[in-house]
Design a protein around this ligand. Structure first.
Ligand SMILES: Nc1ncnc2c1ncn2[C@@H]1O[C@H](COP(=O)(O)OP(=O)(O)O)[C@@H](O)[C@H]1O
Ligand SMILES: [Ca+2]
Length: 497
């Protein structure tokens, strides 16, 4: 065959390959677009009505009617002014009013056309749990008032309710593991895969009125009351969850004041080793005993006051914590947490958030620090006089500043002696956010209530479908093969001549 003819055929074969590749790529891009088109940004809102304060979280994700399982991130958050909703016992309508500022912020952030389909949830935690124990109808009337306010906004309101401690713990665990992609991973090719086992993270949440621990233990949970069974993306998880009502930071420190008051005899000036030298605070007995977390004395004058006077004694402060955290009584020995609760041995890595994070962040101990440095830092903190501390931290609110010493010792007591992290301290990271999203129960709550974590394995969510990729790749390989075949035939024919 003439050399020119051969070159011509070879060129034609190569051009065919180039053309098919380009066609395949164009097709692939076009498919990508047609798949992406029906997807629009969707929004969801959750109010975290905590015991000390309320915050609104606005989430966003790509989704459409059939497929709501896009990756969720936090678009915005908003702090409600004032205290938690459970503090509005004298004036429940004001609890509703307090939410307006943040609802307005959310309304401005969600495009008008999307507002009607934006779900809003309000979840209340331990402050409302305690109020409900004291006065159920008062707690209900606060929920009615916040409901009325939210219903006046153009969103899709899906209810205001009190979460159980178990839900609070489990949703915190879901949030962390969702954000870290330890339940399912989104690969570069647009596939969702189940990541290798062993990277499931435990959750430690310290609120004002309750504290939660949640993790997947090595062995099956022996006490069914502490097991939260989940099926996520086709995989089963048994999460151990325990919520300790009355063991949040603020209720624990109240218990400590009550302990000091009860052991001080009749004196109205009481030394407080966890308060700084120079820090004094007057408390009425009504305030001191106003919580269902403490036992009231038989008769006391509610208007009488006691003065707590700081002595800044770090080691005494630490040892006092064992009077408010019961480390001895437990029927499940050796599988025990504290205050009589069942707990299997802690397992794997943990993220500690909320007041754990705030306290350790203030002390400069985030995300991690060796135990010896933690202990010496807490001592240094507790030994500072109030004058020094306020001068060093002019922008930090006194309501937080006064308690960092006490909170730090409380935290070390529950972590090391309560949950028994004494040999696994380095497994705990103190974190506030993952992937620009706050760590807490709210995201897990929304994901669950909007069915955004399917229990079964579902199809790929974004980009080009697997079958289309396969067809395109087959097309390219086939074209290459055909071209090669032509070339080989030409050479064979050439040789035989
Ligand atoms: N900047 C801060 N420094 C120290 N502690 C903080 C700070 N901000 C919030 N906290 C604490 O975090 C905790 C939040 O608890 P919260 O969610 O209101 O209660 P609960 O979860 O028990 O219903 C409270 O103890 C509060 O004092
Ligand atoms: Ca909380």
């Amino acid at each position: 065959m003439a050399i020119q003819m051969k070159a011509l055929l070879l060129g034609a074969a190569m051009a065919a390959v180039a053309c098919t590749t380009i066609i395949a790529l164009v097709l692939s891009l076009a498919n990508h677009q047609t798949l992406d088109q029906p997807y629009s940004t969707q929004y969801g809102i959750v109010f975290d009505a905590g015991s000390t304060h309320t915050a609104l979280f606005l989430y966003q994700w790509l989704g459409n009617k059939e497929n709501n399982t896009g990756i969720v991130s936090q678009k915005q958050s908003c702090d409600v002014d004032g205290d938690g909703i459970s503090s509005y016992v004298q004036n429940p309508p004001a609890a509703g009013e307090s939410l307006k500022k943040c609802l307005d912020v959310a309304k401005a952030a969600v495009p008008e056309g999307q507002q009607k389909t934006t779900p809003v949830y309000l979840g209340a935690t331990a402050g409302m749990r305690l109020l409900s124990l004291q006065n159920k109808s008062l707690a209900d009337s606060i929920l009615v008032e916040v409901t009325k306010t939210i219903q006046n906004y153009p969103f899709d309101f899906r209810g205001a309710r009190i979460l159980s401690g178990m839900e609070e713990g489990a949703y915190g665990w879901i949030t962390i593991n969702y954000l870290l992609e330890s339940l399912i991973k989104h690969t570069f090719e647009g596939q969702w895969i189940h990541p290798k086992a062993g990277k499931i993270i435990g959750a430690l949440d310290l609120g004002g009125s309750s504290t939660q621990i949640s993790f997947t233990p090595k062995d099956p949970v022996k006490n069914p009351a502490s097991a939260f069974n989940l099926q996520l993306y086709g995989y089963k998880y048994e999460v151990y969850t325990q919520s300790y009502l009355c063991y949040g930071k603020d209720q624990a420190l109240k218990k400590l004041q009550v302990y000091l008051h009860k052991t001080a005899g009749s004196s109205s000036v009481i030394s407080h080793p966890c308060y700084h030298v120079g820090y004094n605070i007057n408390v009425t007995l009504d305030e001191l005993y106003n919580s269902p977390c403490v036992d009231k004395p038989n008769n006391f004058n509610p208007t009488a006051t006691v003065l707590f006077s700081g002595t800044g004694n770090s080691s005494l402060c630490l040892s006092l914590m064992e009077n408010i955290v019961n480390l001895t009584d437990c029927e499940f020995s050796p599988d025990c947490g504290f205050s009589g609760a069942y707990q299997p041995p802690v397992n794997g890595e943990f993220f500690a958030f909320s007041a754990y994070f705030y306290t350790f962040d203030f002390l400069g101990l985030v995300p991690k620090a060796p135990l010896t440095r933690v202990l010496s830092t807490i001592d240094t903190q507790c030994n500072k006089t109030w004058t020094t501390l306020t001068a060093e931290n002019p922008t930090i609110k006194a309501k937080y500043l006064k308690d960092y010493c006490a909170s730090a010792h409380y935290i070390m007591t529950i972590l090391l002696k309560g949950y028994k992290f004494n040999n696994t301290w380095d497994q705990i990271s103190f974190e506030k956010q993952v992937a620009d999203t706050d760590v807490g129960w709210t995201l897990g709550y929304m994901l669950n209530l909007t069915n955004m974590i399917p229990s079964e394995r579902t199809r790929a969510v974004t980009g080009v479908l697997h079958s289309q990729w396969a067809a395109q790749i087959f097309f390219i390989v086939f074209a290459l093969f055909l071209s090669l075949l032509i070339i080989v035939i030409l050479f064979v024919r050439d040789l035989s001549h």
